[in-house]
Design a protein around this ligand. Sequence first.
Ligand code: BG6
Length: 510
Amino acid sequence: MPRPKTKFTIRDEFCIETKAKPCGMIIFGASGDLASRKLIPSLYNLYCRQLLPTTFYVLGCARTPMTEHEFRDKARQSLRSSKIETINCEKFVKSCYYLSGDYGDIKTYAALSAKIKNLNKQYSTNNNRIFYLSTPPSIYQIIMDNLQKNDLFSDSADKQPWTRIIVEKPFGYDLTSALKLDKNFHNYLNENQIYRIDHYLGKETVQNILIFRFANSIFEPIWNRNYIDHIQITVAESIGVGHRAGYFNKSGLLRDMFQNHMVQMLSLVAMEPPVSFKADHVRDQKAKLLESINPFNIKNIKNSVVRAQYKKGHIAGKPVKGYRDEDNVPAESITETYVAMKIMIDNWRWQGVPFYLRSGKRMPSKKSEIAVVFKKIPHCIFSPISPDEFSRNTLVFNVQPEEGIELGIQAKHPGPKLCMSSLTMDFKWRNIFGSQPPEAYERLLLDCMLGDQTLFIRHDNMKLSWELFTPILEHWAKSEKKLDFYEAGSQTVQEADNLLKQNAHKWREI
Ligand code: BG6
């Protein structure tokens, strides 16, 4: 049956917009994948939307020998796939510069220092600068030490001249290494200069969770254990590990997706209302939420956490390899490509409400969503139908691929008979606002230029997240039972299904 169409009208628009001060962005790892797929196109999109500061430059720095001319060519190439029409591309590309050099060589930093000085003069950026660390984390320390030695850090986050630093994930490998890394950053910078990035926080629907919860009055009263039965958070990807096997095989899915993206989405859905949308008010509530999570220990890990790896299978009708047959993956690898878990939150709002989180590679399709499943009706007046026969109201935040929000409700079919069915009120971002939502990095890069840390991870949030997951990593390292397996492209990961069966729940379809 065709789905009914719901019409939404945009009425009052409130925009909070400020302009960033002139600055430069120095990207380490600028010849890499992230820079050309995300960073350069996002900066360009900001430029096209006239959101960049009046004067702004990009200085790429990486080991790959490349002339400035070649770097600009590479930038042009990456803009071709940009979501925005390539207008004014040349003017933007001309503000991109490049310097190649070894990260451990002092000569690199002498040259960098001189180049930054010139660009600062040329662009009148008042020595305001953002360093973006997009290299493998093993190189962070050496870059930081050398920037400090060359006096490239100012000690302010917002008084001119300011220095801010954006750090890509993974931030550490476990609790100990993350704390060590953090300490090293704090040797040179204050916390309000450090922007630990999680691109999920830049996604429109993820940000919409806060607007939805705290800019509407009708949801907050029912946002608790009295009305909500359970919550499912899913990030499924149909891709495998591709060319990232070297990194992924050491990391595994728990570190790659849970310590950051999954925990951030959980925090936004479950945290208490912050006093305001100021960075620390929001991050205080996230910290409180993380502190309320029932910690994992040997006993509950066995019943609450599932790890699995994909075997060969089919995706969209095409055969795909098993994880162990992927290039650069050892034949005996026990790295998990799928994790599912049940999280319980010990506070007044959520006591007894299971939060089910799952993420995996080589799932049937790419789909990220947060589904809030409400309790069944307490009594049914439409005898002989029993309350159990109605599907539960479910509110879904569709993060991707089709951004939007939907609400499943029961309604009467037109006609003289008493017939009911479930239908979905469906808000699709694309239908209302046109085209695609902006790339997540756009918002985050702009926020960093504006000095707004709301959507970046504070050090205590990062620490609490590692504290939560490190016992699982330690348990797995010692555990005799290694892994479960699932067929690539399959909906079912048996142990994960069993995890929900304990409470008579079922995963939503991917
Ligand atoms: C990254 C992970 O942080 O997020 C990748 O390292 C994953 O393994 C990616 O594929 C998913 O991001 P998105 O935006 O495509 O959902």
